[in-house]
Design a protein around this ligand. Structure first.
Ligand code: NAP
Length: 332
């Protein structure tokens, strides 16, 4: 395909994608963002990755989420996005909100991992080179580092923004007290935390249980839920066995032992409930997360049909209190 083959859909901002302010910031984020963790590395067919990004952009999904280590191999999802930008989307850079992260192992030696100033700044410089970008819209500390002084990590985030390499900063997977400290530190240094990225879905409510979502609400910071479909468990994907082309079949991150008879029975009941109101299991799971007050759900997809189903969620009427209660009763 040549660079001229793609023209974005003229109706991409026709009102089908809701945009919500992230916390008390000025930035509007789409209610659904696309993550490039899986299916965008060099191991994935480039045409499929490109079609997914184009489908997203054509439907108002302006937010693409990456990390230094996404692939496989690590770094290659950012390279794929750089290639897609080059061959079609770079003219639309100002319509895109691109996030990346550092914090998991990326290169050998003492500096390719965790949260030191050296690791974060070197990693972001690498990410910018891979995507051929001057800046990212959002840079995250990908995980809490118990061995590095928190203020070293946080000051690196502040300095990254001051250097113009990121417009906003965020925190992913930090525990409650460290998050509280981070929000305070970043605000005092004129770089308020834009958003917290954590896993909230019908099978994992840790951010609510641990008080993270409540803290963010009080502090006016956005929340984006990664893996809102529990990597595909909260869809119809596994109701009749493990498909040959599924994540569970190919990736260590989703193990077959997650598929217990109890879960399958709950999912069947959820599917029946969803069908009564013309929804799918995936759409119900996404609506549940949005009903918890999340700024956005951050989904993955291996094909455009999935993304179409997930984006169509935003056109559905919100879950009623009765439906929310019935979902709670089924999922526990
Ligand atoms: N901050 C962190 O530490 C962290 C951790 C994990 C993820 N993330 C971010 O969150 C993003 C999303 O994570 P995720 O991929 O685990 O999200 P997810 O949306 O929970 O799972 C995506 C997978 O679910 C399946 N799926 C999606 N829509 C479907 C549909 N309508 N019907 C049937 N199956 C469907 C597909 O599985 P198949 O591939 O089997 O088709 C797809 O690959 C990542 O790309 C990354 O940006 C961040």
């Amino acid at each position: 395909m040549t660079p001229t083959d793609y023209l974005p859909a003229a109706g991409r901002y026709d009102g089908t994608m809701p945009y919500r302010r992230s916390g008390q910031s000025g930035i509007l984020l789409p209610a659904l963002a696309l993550g490039l963790w899986k299916n965008f590395g060099h191991a994935a067919p480039y045409a499929t990755s490109r079609a997914l990004v184009h489908y997203a952009f054509d439907h108002g999904v302006t937010h693409l989420d990456l990390a230094n280590n996404y692939g496989p191999p690590p770094g290659s999802a950012e390279e794929t996005l750089g290639r897609i930008l080059d061959d079609s989307l770079r003219p639309y850079r100002d319509e895109l909100f691109i996030s990346t992260k550092a914090g998991y192992e990326m290169w050998p030696g003492p500096y390719g991992n965790w949260g030191s100033r050296k690791s974060l700044i070197a990693s972001l410089n690498q990410s910018l080179r891979r995507m051929r970008l001057d800046y990212v819209d959002l840079f995250y500390t990908h995980r809490y580092d118990p061995a590095t002084p928190l203020d070293e990590t946080l000051q690196a985030l502040v300095d990254i923004v001051r250097a113009g390499k990121a417009l906003y900063v965020g925190i992913s997977r930090w525990p409650l007290e460290a998050t509280r400290h981070a929000l305070d530190y970043l605000r005092r240094h004129d770089t308020p935390c834009l958003i917290y990225q954590g896993r909230l879905n019908l099978l994992d409510r840790a951010p609510q249980r641990e008080g993270i979502t409540q803290l963010l609400q009080t502090e006016g910071v956005g929340f984006i839920s990664f893996s809102p479909l529990a990597q595909g468990l909260l869809t119809a994907r596994y109701l009749d066995g493990i498909p040959a082309d599924s994540r569970m079949r190919h990736e260590a991150s989703l193990r077959p032992d997650a598929l217990t008879p109890d879960l399958l029975s709950r999912l069947s009941r959820l599917q029946a409930l969803a069908a009564d109101s013309g929804r799918t299991v995936a759409q119900t799971a996404l609506q549940w997360v949005l009903a918890q007050g999340a700024t956005s759900v951050l989904v993955g997809a291996s094909r455009t049909e999935q993304l179409a189903e997930d984006i169509a969620t935003l056109q559905l009427p919100p879950l009623t209190p009765e439906e929310l209660q019935a979902i709670e009763e089924i999922m526990g």
